[in-house]
Write a protein that binds this ligand. Structure first.
Ligand code: NDP
Length: 333
């Protein structure tokens, strides 16, 4: 495993991180989830991403259990706040009340006294931005949080946040957590140049487009049993936007490119996002330890420019590049 600095901070992250959205506490049982975390550690993964909302808060509990006994200084723990964690009107969003209450609840579930990176899971259109940034800054000063970042904010939202942080002397954002894969490239035109200028690193999610780029979903065929596309809890709903024949057909054109590169399809897809120097880490998901082992081998792979061109040619017009697709829901859910 290779390691990169998170944006311009001095903190290193493993260039492949392990995330437990959908999987832990919902799609897969706690035993399998814990095995995936142990395998990640054995593969040199030190960066773990979760969120208060995942599996209705159960994902943090499972991750806390899986990391129990592991030397706290040896891994970086990332979590998030914004989406509802209960039915109350204050169980959501980025108000000072919810941020601080949710942070304390995450710390308990994760069985730790600090979060390495605390992220605003979306932009909150209701709470004044000053209130949100002041609360995050207080968490840093209280030692509960080491760094702060956001997820799926657009360029004008990022600029507005930095302006307030600079004017008020608050700690600045160090990370952005956007979706990024060979199929979803919307951050390339605006978010990456702005972040690079501001020292903000990209922690990218769904590098396999939820498993689509593994090539296991064949056009016109039933999805493999046990895959996310067959998970009635939530997975099938989340992946369905990708389950279109035109996408699956284009992805199959990557098979010979992966073979010629001596990589599996999943390794090729993860290596593709890591070719971008602005990516600090790619967060992979996995329902089985074997996937973690396979995917971790994408670290350190250099793809020749001719391979990058061949990937573009194979995918044609399928990849999404529109910067306007980086967005947070308004009004909040
Ligand atoms: P991926 O794109 O890596 O998809 C992971 C899924 O693909 C696995 O759960 C598995 O599903 C399948 N898969 C993985 N490896 C292989 C393989 N080698 N062969 C075949 N199938 C494979 O990432 P996720 O969509 O899971 O997202 C990763 C993380 O990103 C999340 O856990 C979370 O931490 C973060 N995230 C953040 C978001 C945000 O808003 N900030 C939103 C979404 C994710 P299966 O076996 O079930 O088919």
């Amino acid at each position: 495993m290779e390691y990169r600095r998170l944006g311009s901070t001095g903190m290193y992250v493993s260039e492949i991180a392990y995330g437990n959205w959908i999987t832990h506490g919902s799609q897969i049982e706690s035993d399998a989830a814990i095995k995936c975390v142990k395998t990640a550690i054995n593969e040199g993964i030190t960066t773990f991403d979760t969120a208060d909302v995942y599996a209705g808060t159960k994902a943090e509990t499972v991750l806390g259990r899986a990391l129990k006994g592991v030397r706290r200084e040896s891994y970086e723990l990332l979590t998030k706040v914004y989406f509802p964690t209960g039915n109350g009107k204050n169980d959501r969003g980025l108000s000072r009340k919810h941020i601080i209450e949710s942070c304390n609840a995450s710390l308990k579930r994760l069985q730790t006294d600090h979060i390495d990176l605390y992220q605003m899971h979306r932009f909150d259109f209701e709470t004044p931005l000053e209130e949100t940034l002041n609360a995050f800054d207080d968490l840093i000063r209280a030692g509960k949080v080491h760094y702060i970042g956001f997820s799926e904010w657009n360029a004008s939202q990022i600029k507005a946040g930095l302006k307030i942080q600079d004017a008020r002397g608050y700690n600045r954002f160090v990370s952005s957590q956007p979706q990024y894969s060979a199929l979803w490239r919307v951050i390339e035109s605006e978010i990456i140049p702005l972040s690079a200028k501001e020292g903000i690193g990209q922690i990218v999610w769904s590098p396999l487009a939820q498993g689509i780029l593994s090539g296991k979903y064949q056009p016109g065929k039933k999805a493999p049993t046990g895959s996310r596309a067959t998970d009635k809890a939530r997975g099938a709903y989340m992946i369905k936007g990708w389950m279109r024949d035109e996408v699956l057909e284009a992805v199959q054109k990557l098979q010979p490119i992966a073979k010629d590169s001596g990589l599996t399809m999943s390794q090729l897809a993860i290596a593709w996002v890591l070719q971008n120097p602005h990516v600090s880490t790619a967060i992979i998901g996995a329902s089985k330890p074997s996937q973690v082992r396979e995917n971790a081998k994408a670290s350190g792979v250099k793809l020749d420019p001719s391979i990058m061109k061949a990937i573009d040619a194979a995918l044609g017009k399928i990849p999404e590049t529109d910067a306007a697709k980086t967005q947070s829901p308004n009004p909040r859910p």
